[in-house]
Design a protein around this ligand. Structure first.
Ligand SMILES: [Zn+2]
Length: 165
């Protein structure tokens, strides 16, 4: 695999892993939030005095209903977390493996350039399509394209400075 293509594959695998982990975190946060709502309703129920009239009885029933709904929401969140994790876990393991393999074969010069640009850019690499840099969408000079095709060492876009891959 050409060093630029390997860098791209490594970058994409890392991004996919990050997205998968972010999704896991979002689902975990949803469970925690639902858990807090259940605890809040339980606390409110505990503080409610024993109903002494029909209004107070209705108030308790409503609160009990809210408690029940909060529990259902929590159980649903936990179930979708379990479902999604079952699907995602093998993907995450595969990605971790791919990243390790790709990383081991990365050209050090490409990696250095990538890490340097990562400090200032969210996306330090850009694909070349139709003779344009996909980072800034500007056409590349013929000389740049030629340099990029030869693929000896990292080639940078003149406009946005990203590594062309
Ligand atoms: Zn560019």
């Amino acid at each position: 695999m050409l060093p630029a293509k390997r860098l791209l594959a490594w970058h994409q695998a890392k991004e996919a892993l990050r997205a998968a982990r972010e999704e896991q975190k979002r689902l975990e946060e949803a469970i925690a939030a639902a858990e807090r709502r259940v605890a809040e309703k339980e606390e409110q129920l505990r503080r409610l005095p024993v109903p002494a009239n029909p209004d107070e009885e209705i108030a308790r029933m409503l609160l009990e209903q809210e408690w029940w709904l909060a529990k259902k929401e929590r159980d649903d969140a936990a179930a979708s977390y379990a479902d999604r994790n079952g699907e995602q876990e093998p993907t995450i393991q595969q990605l971790q493996f791919d990243i390790m393999q790709l990383e081991a074969g990365l050209d050090p010069e490409f990696l250095r350039a990538y890490l340097r640009l990562s400090e200032t850019k969210a996306l330090p690499i850009a694909e070349v399509r139709n003779k344009c840099c996909m980072g800034c969408c500007l056409p590349l000079s013929l000389r740049k394209l030629d340099e990029w095709r030869r693929g000896k060492g990292p080639v940078f876009c003149d406009e946005c400075d990203r590594i062309l891959v």
